[in-house]
Design a protein around this ligand. Structure first.
Ligand code: CP
Length: 320
């Protein structure tokens, strides 16, 4: 693959390959000298048309740790504000001879649109409701690391039950995670208010719930998502109090899951709405901070793998 537009484009062995590559950066990133010069001389542009803390910073850190020159384009300070189209912006970035472009955009499909116009690899950092592939990869890596710490290390998640609860309808994180977790053997339960569950979700093999207690029953992992009010128009938005009552993860509710169930959240979190602080900070069970740490390793792996042809290194080396 030249680009990383979504988990949907990846075969299971390619996901496992990227996770193994990312795993090799985890220990490296815990050293005091974190520099590795393998992308020296390359230029990476992070073009973010939507807000971000974790994804933007971790792509920037990943590129810099690998020795690339990294430039961040924030849409709010760009000529997008003067009416420039996405395609003209892509042509402009391409003319600067970037070696990789990382895109975050509010529109589903924006990454593919840019990928079709430029000569270098394009990485999706989240496009509308479509996909957030590096998030799903980092979630899988955080989960593997947590299971390995418990002596349960395994290449995939066969037999595990993962409950994803929140605004499934608007969530690119949910979509990428469903694809990634299922490819790695997990069973996925989805839980949301009826208005926030996509129609026909059963067709992709995920089990839908509207009762959070039932969705939690005996699950191994609980992944909480925030309400994406910025993507809602004309929709009923529950109050924070109402939402917390029905779908907030509390310590009491967590007891319905398996006794050692892990807690995940891609961030940004709304504490006291979809997740209580006591759960978000639960030592030994919450791996939310580890998810952020794995984000750098996963983005280093993706930048390395996707720029191999620019560096005349043997390309995508995923083997079944
Ligand atoms: N999880 C995630 O994408 O966070 P940011 O919006 O802060 O990048």
């Amino acid at each position: 693959h030249r680009d990383l537009t979504g988990i949907a484009q990846l075969e299971r062995h390619e996901i496992l390959y990227l996770l193994r590559e990312a795993e090799s950066w985890v220990e490296h990133n815990r050293r005091s000298d974190k520099h590795a010069g393998i992308l020296s001389g390359l230029t990476i542009i992070n073009a973010f048309f939507e807000n971000s803390t974790r994804t933007l910073l971790s792509f920037e850190i990943a590129g810099k740790r690998l020795g690339a020159d990294v430039v961040n384009m924030h849409a709010a300070q760009s000529s997008v504000k003067k009416g420039e189209t996405l395609i003209d912006t892509a042509i402009t970035l391409n003319a600067m001879r970037a070696d990789a472009i990382v895109i975050r955009h509010a529109s589903s499909g924006a990454t593919q649109l840019i990928a079709d116009k430029v000569d270098c690899p394009v990485l999706n950092a989240g496009d509308g409701r479509h996909e957030h592939p590096t998030q799903a990869l980092l979630d899988a890596l955080a989960l593997r690391q947590a299971l390995a710490r418990r002596g349960e290390g395994t290449e995939d998640f066969t037999g595990r039950v993962v409950t994803i609860c929140g605004d499934i309808l608007h969530s690119r994180v949910a979509r990428s995670n469903i694809l990634c977790l299922q490819a790695l053997g997990a069973s996925v339960r989805l839980c949301s208010p009826p208005a926030l569950m996509p129609a026909g979700i059963e067709a992709i093999g995920a089990e839908p719930f509207h009762d959070f207690d039932a969705a939690l029953d005996g699950c191994d992992v609980v992944m909480m998502l925030r309400l994406q009010t910025e993507r809602m128009s004309g929709q009923f938005i529950p109050s924070a109090r109402e939402y917390h009552h029905l779908y907030g993860l509390t310590e009491v509710r967590l007891q319905r899951a398996a006794p050692d169930a892990l807690v995940m959240h891609p961030g940004p979190m709304n504490r006291g709405v979809e997740i209580d602080s006591e759960v978000a900070d639960l030592i030994g069970r919450s791996i939310i901070t580890e998810q952020v740490e794995m984000g750098v390793a996963v983005r280093m792996a993706c930048l390395d793998v996707l720029t191999r042809s620019a560096r005349s290194v043997a390309g995508w080396e995923a083997t079944p």
